[in-house]
Design a protein around this ligand. Sequence first.
Ligand code: NAP
Length: 461
Amino acid sequence: MPDQAVELGSEQCPLRVAIVGSGPSGFYAADYLLRSGMNVHVHMFERLPTPFGLVRFGVAPDHAKIRNVIKVYAKTAQHPNYRFWGNITIGSDITMDELRAEFDAVILAFGAQTDRKLNIPGVDLPRSYTATEFCAWYNSHPDYRDREFDLSHPVAMVMGQGNVAMDVARVLAKTSEQLSTTDMASHAVDALADSQVREVHVVGRRGPAQAAFTPKEIKELGEIEGCDVIVNPDDLRINENCAIELELPGNEANKRNMEILREFADRKPTGAPRKIIIHFFKSPIKLRGNGGVEQVVLERNKLVGEPGARKARGTGETETLDCQVFFRSIGYHGVPIEGTPFDEGKGVVPNESGRVEPGLYAVGWIKRGPSGLIGTNKKDSEESVDKLFDDLKRLEPKARDDSGLRAILKQRGVRPVSYEDWLKIDAAEVERGQAKGKPRDNFTRIDEMIAVLDGQPSETR
Ligand code: NAP
């Protein structure tokens, strides 16, 4: 127990907290700590040289307004007690034990870095992709820079009906001209210019009343210029199978979804060059093809279970759709960092309201799983930080400055990227974009980002 004279968070003894990950949950935790009125120093670690996690690499390029939340995080980053340590991988550049020896408390905010698996025959055929890798690729993520997506065929399917599926369907259905003025990676705009995809099937295993998309996102599918949206009115009929009448009361978002889908079902196809076809009550059970996806076998589902917890169950009735490009968009899944406890099944770090153990906390998707909108993370992060505050008297003060940390980084030849460094990278990306009529043109390789900083001191602020 620290003695009273050195109580963590006091004038004499700042509470030094490391946050692993710089996405929304990490920034909301940082903000709450820095606004607590205590003497807190926040050190945020990030594997890439760039901050903001999925706000940079997940939010769709044609959703510029959503990305504006970066301004809020940038304000947090201006706090004198905030430090950004980019380009440092916790678990390899610095082990978890080393990090915990340097900081009084550690908050895990590293999100869910891979996709939930769809185990069906044929899922590993060429032209079967994950939505998570496609999104990361078109959003300039350095890990996905060299991925190739074969879009030289007319029919694509997106399996899943969450908001990620909406993003992927929209990007596939838009022309490259419609995307070229966004901040989409230039390599993706170029590849999409050659896309032959003209028909996008968006398939959900349950019904319209259970769909995971939110009203704004489904509505947008009907607003794409040069694209018809098609919904089978039979899927929207009130019957025992779809449980619409039982599930909608009290669920305003799904009620609104139904209104939008009914409006889509009433539309007459205009013969537009591109089409989005929305299917419900279907699951893919097999992908077929010779050297690449050529057909998807779908099984018709019925719903079983109580309203509010309906599950899809196959009926045995199948249909085969000619489709050459398949995207599975059935959710993200967490990946552990060595040295932290992990629940493989759920893809989360086991925790109680954010407390993993005194001194170690989790926030965001690695705490609760990959759900919710950006803003959901604010309360979630605050709950975890409150646990940290509850534990304050039990925490043992660790290193009092950064010298140990810097020595480890120096010895291992790791070049940290500070927040000031990031601002230089940011300015260079905006400048590159101006030449192309885009709000910014992101670097897609870490070397290019570091090259911007050549001649600049690599010390963190
Ligand atoms: P999600 O919202 O959880 O949706 C996953 C979809 O996959 C659901 O339709 C789900 O169906 C389906 N699914 C799951 N397992 C399946 C299986 N084995 N077979 C067939 N279908 C399966 O996940 P997400 O789309 O990846 O989004 C993650 C989070 O980020 C969400 O909270 C989302 O709202 C948020 N997000 C928001 C935006 C935005 O605000 N614009 C953009 C992107 C993402 P069931 O419903 O039947 O389980």
